[in-house]
Design a protein around this ligand. Structure first.
Ligand SMILES: Cc1cc2nc3c(=O)[nH]c(=O)nc-3n(C[C@H](O)[C@H](O)[C@H](O)COP(=O)(O)O)c2cc1C
Length: 328
């Protein structure tokens, strides 16, 4: 066994709070919204190593040219394929992240994602092969273990094989999203950067992890429920209704610009978060779910937040094109 890799580790998370990877959610549009609210870094949705190697429609999943702090998350089960895939896309992001955490049956049944924690020899090979294939830093997103907490062994393996850092969802794979995430991991013995993820729904949850020694904290469902959570984590006490409405509208515009009218249906998964706890939210959501075109959606949202669509159209164009956000 090689010794734990601690030599001149220059990797650090580019900030204290990141948007966690979420398949089907953390696309370019949602990342932009979360960066605007204060997220320091983010991840792509998980991308299959197989698709990258076979060059099957992955371009839209990779970070856009205008994003600088978006790591590329890859999943797979074959160490060589993951390594090849990482080498093929590493130029598109600041670091490569391997998914050894996903508990979804479709992924685990193929030996990928969280299944790598059931076979730690395989996990070791994956990290070893990938590390030797890439020049950019490599991190591994793991859970505490497959069905029990063996996180120390997992961290040890990843670091021995040269991982530059880890992201840990503090549940086991078998727990899925049930029970409470573990808050009191002892990270003091590890020199590498370790970001923690699990049940971050408030600024207080974030601080609890930081006080426990996390190098950074990842927010997943908390960002879906309340995209402006990053602003609260950064110390802003209140967020105006008009700011939330504006973000919601920008999100719809971005989705339409990037994905066309089918984005209408994708926006449905965000309406609860943008209207959480607001007056008449229930009635609005029911109406929103029935809307069948983007223009009507924009009008309905503008009306709900008391914004004018015309004024907004100008503002959005200025906003979106000022940093050439839509340029691929
Ligand atoms: C809808 C959804 C999709 C997710 N997709 C991924 C993924 O693609 N890759 C990954 O590493 N984790 C994924 N996760 C896990 C999150 O990154 C995060 O670690 C987990 O949800 C715990 O954080 P939370 O309690 O703040 O939600 C996903 C979670 C959710 C809710």
């Amino acid at each position: 066994m090689s010794s734990v890799h601690t030599a001149m580790n220059s990797f650090g998370f580019p900030g204290i709070v990141g948007l966690a990877p979420m398949a089907g959610i953390t696309d370019f549009c949602f990342r932009k919204i979360c960066f605007d609210w204060g997220a320091d870094f983010a991840y792509t949705e998980m991308i299959s190593a197989e698709s990258i190697v076979r060059n099957i429609a992955v371009e839209h999943l990779l970070p856009s040219k205008v994003e600088s702090n978006v790591a590329i998350q890859i999943f797979g089960s074959d160490p060589c394929k993951i390594a090849d895939a990482a080498a093929l896309v590493e130029s598109k992001g600041p670091w490569i992240n391997i998914n050894a955490a996903c508990p979804v049956r479709k992924v685990v049944s193929k030996g990928a994602g969280g299944a790598l924690l059931r076979d730690l020899k395989k996990l070791r090979q994956v990290v070893r092969c990938t590390k030797s294939a890439v020049k950019k830093p490599l991190t591994v997103k793991v859970r505490l273990g497959w069905d029990r907490d063996e996180v120390d062994r997992i961290i040890q393996i990843c670091l021995e094989e040269g991982a530059d850092g880890l992201e840990i969802h503090t549940r086991t794979v078998k727990q899925l999203y049930g029970g409470r995430a573990k808050r009191n991991l002892d990270l003091s013995k590890w020199k590498a950067p370790i970001a923690l993820s699990g049940d971050v729904f408030t600024a207080q949850d974030f601080h609890t992890y930081v006080m426990r020694g996390a190098s950074a904290v990842l927010v997943a469902r908390g960002a879906l429920r309340k995209p402006w959570i990053f602003r609260e984590i950064k110390g802003f006490q209140s967020t105006e209704l008009s700011q939330i409405g504006r973000a919601f509208l920008i999100h719809i515009f971005l989705k339409r610009a990037v994905k066309g009218d089918r984005s209408l249906y994708e926006m449905r998964q965000f309406v609860r978060g943008y209207t959480n706890g607001m007056r008449n939210a229930r009635e609005f959501r029911e109406r929103f779910m029935k809307i069948k075109d983007c223009d009507s959606m924009i009008e309905a949202v503008a009306e709900f937040y008391g914004l004018s669509v015309n004024q907004f159209n100008h503002m959005v164009k200025a906003e979106l094109f000022k940093d050439r956000a839509l340029e691929k």
